[in-house]
Design a protein around this ligand. Structure first.
Ligand SMILES: Nc1ncnc2c1ncn2[C@@H]1O[C@H](COP(=O)(O)OP(=O)(O)O)[C@@H](O)[C@H]1O
Ligand SMILES: O=C(CO)[C@H](O)[C@H](O)COP(=O)(O)O
Length: 490
């Protein structure tokens, strides 16, 4: 039975200052102040989330021999790292945008992600590296890489998280239970079947990895390992901890990775990387998760009814529920978290639409002029391109961002309010499907900094909405590294 995330939790509220994020990359050794807040006992060494508060602004002090835990988040528009201690204090964090590598007209994401992971390792301050006990990574969900099972080299371009392969849908629907999570064009299984059916696919020694799995392989060198969050959309059943018979009966099941719980230690950091960067030989690399699960972990919402909306490039919703629900017609699925379920989905609306229209500075300036108590009369469906995953799974849903008013303030207000209406529709759908009703929403991602948007969302959702104490998924990945550091190598 996989070690659970929540069985080991041990809570002290942490109030770590969040570092301001520059547009390109910000590298700082942010030393947040900690003091173990009112602890009456030594923190449980197996705790995942022992937090301290920065009650009286003391400098964070690393005790002699104390170790650090490195989380990396490979999101849609960039990657970040967070370096924490066992109390959840952030000792360093940084961000990199993905460098552009082009193969003719197409982006070479493999080269970009590979460059970025080693750039982030370089950004970890040299004096902290020998203290790093473990590393974990979250990536965008259903981002799929088919690699050579012996060399790990990609055999095909990656399928990105929001890419759809409708050609494979009839075949997938013919083998999976009705409305199963994989019955969506953007599912990992549809991407696998689409590749398998391509005439020049080299099936012999192929292996399927998710973005986080492949990045972690670069660090630990053990091919073919995934986690039950990333593997959900290829058809893995986290409730029974196995692939279902209907999937194992398929010829392409031979390419599926093995699956374990997020935050499971898989192997030591490869020697060449350790020596190049100055990490210790006992530094372990652990399985990861998806970016919106990592954002949920970072927010530390622990009771059913608590939810996290990640306002990143996309809008991803995670509601902690005692009941598992799924229906591909609406893009609804459930990730496992300990003995509960993170129900929700990911819409293609979100920050990526805003970034096409406004810079972060313009968003900041214009948002300040919005009156969040007034409803915008503008009705949009903000999308970058045709196609929506959740709360409706409609590959033909067209963006709607007109009429555009003269005033940019009114235009932005209309877009923020329209995204809030999509969010409200999503939470209402989850309730109608029997999930635990949402009672409070924490906000993660780049949009969490927008106080006016939080107020708009509170009004539209009719729920308390706040910014999570930790809004970065990298913090959640660091918590997984902390969990994995307590385990022996698998
Ligand atoms: N003040 C703001 N208000 C609303 N959205 C913002 C603001 N500042 C940045 N964003 C949005 O945040 C998004 C980036 O969030 P982030 O969590 O880094 O995305 P991802 O991890 O998906 O790449 C961008 O799409 C940007 O438009
Ligand atoms: O939108 C996305 C990229 O940011 C992903 O789809 C997001 O991770 C949601 O997937 P999951 O719910 O499986 O984490």
């Amino acid at each position: 039975m996989a070690v659970s995330l929540h069985h080991l939790t041990f809570f002290f509220p942490v109030l770590c200052p969040l570092s301001p994020k520059s547009r390109y990359w910000s590298l700082r050794s942010s030393v947040s102040r900690t003091e173990l807040h009112g602890a009456t006992r030594k923190p449980n060494p197996r705790a995942i989330m022992a937090f301290a508060s920065n009650k009286d602004n003391q400098e964070a002090v690393l005790q002699p021999g104390e170790r650090l835990y490195l989380g990396m988040d490979f999101g849609t528009s960039g990657a970040r790292y967070a370096l924490i201690d066992k109390h959840g204090t952030i000792h360093s964090e940084g961000k990199r945008e993905y460098p552009l590598y082009m193969n003719g007209e197409t982006m070479d994401w493999i080269q970009s992600w590979k460059t970025t992971i080693f750039s982030l390792l370089k950004d970890v301050p040299v004096h902290f590296r020998p203290l790093v006990a473990s590393i974990s990574i979250d990536g965008t969900s259903a981002t799929t890489i088919i690699v050579d099972g012996t060399t790990g080299e990609p055999l095909w371009r990656p399928f990105l998280y929001n890419e759809s392969c409708p050609d494979a849908l009839p075949m997938v629907k013919s083998i999976a239970p009705v409305n199963h999570t994989v019955c969506s064009g953007s599912s990992t299984l549809c991407k696998l079947v689409s590749w398998w059916n391509a005439e020049d696919s080299n099936k012999k020694s192929a292996l399927l990895l998710h973005q986080a799995d492949w990045l972690l392989w670069l660090l630990h060198g053990k091919l073919g390992v995934s986690d039950y969050n990333n593997a959900l959309k290829v058809g893995y059943d986290p409730e029974v901890d196995s692939y279902p018979p209907w999937l194992l009966a398929q010829p392409y099941s031979q390419v599926l990775p093995s699956v374990t719980a997020p935050g499971t230690s898989i192997g030591f950091l490869k020697e060449d990387i350790r020596t190049q960067f100055g990490f210790r030989e006992d530094c372990v690399v652990c399985t990861g998760t998806t970016d919106s699960i990592a954002a949920f972990l970072a927010a530390r919402a622990t009771h059913p009814g608590k939810a996290v909306t990640s306002l990143g490039s996309t809008l991803a919703i995670k509601l902690l529920s005692t009941k598992r629900i799924e229906d591909a017609r609406f893009g609804v699925y459930s990730h496992r978290l300990d003995d509960k379920w993170l129900v929700g989905g990911a819409s293609n609306t979100g920050g990526a639409v805003l970034r096409e229209l406004f810079t972060d500075e313009q968003l900041d300036k214009l948002s300040k002029q919005i009156n969040p108590t007034e409803a915008s009369p503008l009705e949009y469906y903000p999308l970058k391109a045709v196609g929506e995953r959740f709360p409706v799974a409609d590959p033909n849903l067209a963006p709607r961002l007109h009429p555009r008013p003269e005033s940019d303030v009114e235009y932005l207000h209309g877009i923020l309010e329209s995204i809030a209406r999509i969010e409200a529709k999503a939470y209402s759908l989850l309730k109608d499907m029997g999930a635990t009703q949402a009672e409070e929403v924490f906000t993660a991602g780049g949009g969490a900094k927008n106080e006016k948007w939080i107020k708009i969302r509170e009004r539209v959702l009719g729920l308390p909405v706040s910014r999570a104490m930790q809004t970065e998924a990298a913090f959640g990945a660091a918590l997984l590294a902390l969990k994995g550091a307590q385990q022996s190598i698998n």
